[in-house]
Design a protein around this ligand. Sequence first.
Ligand code: MRU
Length: 350
Amino acid sequence: MDQELRTVWWEPGAVCLIDQRRLPHAQETVRCADLATVAWAIKAMVVRGAPAIGCTAAYGMALVAYHSPATSSNDLIGELETARATLDAQRPTAVNLAWATRRVLTRAQASAHEGPEAIRAAVLAEAHAILAEDLAMCHAIGDHGAPLIPPRGHVLTHCNAGGLATAGYGTALAPIRTAFAQGRSLHVFVDETRPFLQGARLTAWELQQAGIPLTLITDNMAGYMMRCGRVDCVIVGADRIVANGDTANKIGTYSLAVLARAHGLPFFVAAPSSTIDLTLNHGDQIPIEERPEAEVTHCGGQQIAPANVRAANPAFDVTPHELITAIITERGVIYPPFCDGLRRVVTERR
Ligand code: MRU
C-alpha cells in the first residue's frame, strides 16, 4: 500500500481512520472525536484487522484522556478503565485490541503520581509508540518471511492482512511485499473472503496499488487451484495465537489449512507478538465473534437470500497448530512445536 495512505492516525482531539467499508471505490476519512464514535468505528469495521484495531483503541484511550475534565489522577485513571472496558467489548476475537488498551492503561497508571497532565501526555505517547512499533514489526515480518516463499512464488492469501489491517505494510502481505521488492517473481491468489469481502475489496486493491500480480478467486475455488498445482504456499494473518500455536483468523482460514495439508503445501501464519496470547492454552478457549446475519443475507446492500432466512455469521475460525507449518513473527520464524518459540518471542518483547 502507498505509505501515504494511512490506516489510523491522530489529530489533536480526534482519531482519524480511512473508511475501509468504502474501499476500493472511495477514499474517505472518518474522524472520531469521542469514545462512542471510536467504539462504533471498530464494531462497524470502519477499521478492521487485528493490529489496526489495536492502534485505534490505543488512540481511543488517548482521546478520552485528551477530552477529560478530570483534575485528579484517580478520576482520570477511572475514566480510562471505563473506556478500556468499552473498547475491549467491541470485537472479542482479536487480542491486539485488549493488548493495546491494557498497555496504555498500564502506562497511565505508571504516570499517576505526576498528575493528570502527565497522564494525558504519557497515554498519547504510548499510542504513538504502539503505532510506530506495529509498522516496524510488519517490516521485520517481511524480512523473516520472504525467504519462506517457494521459488515459483505462487502464494494464496485470505482476508486482508495488509497495510490496511495494520499500521502499514501488513503481516501476511509483508513477506510478499518484501520478496517482490527483492525482485522475486510472484503471483498472489486472493480469496474474496465472504461475507465481508476483505480479499476482493482490500487485498486485491492493495496488491494492485503495489504492482504485485494477483488473481482474485472466490473462496470455494482454493481447493481446485491447489489441485491444479497453481498454488505453492498459503500465508495468512492472525487475530489470536494461543500458547500451543492454535490460531484464530478470518472465517475460512481453517478450511484453507486443511486443503493445504491435503495437497502437501506449506501453510504459514504471519503475525506480530502483540497477537500472541499466552493466557490461553488451547484454541477452543478463544471467543469467536458472531456478526449480524445481514452481512450474509445481503451483499453490497443488496438482499441475496429470501426474506427471513436465518444465517450464521461466525467472523473467525481456529486453525489447530498441527496444520500450521510455521509462524512468522517480527522476531523470527517459529516452527513446531510452537510453545517454546511463542514464549521466547513474548518474553523478548517484554
Ligand atoms: O474481521 P476482520 O477484517 O477484522 O478480520 C481480519 C483478519 O482476520 C486478519 O487476517 C487478521 O486480523 C490479521 S490482520 C494483520
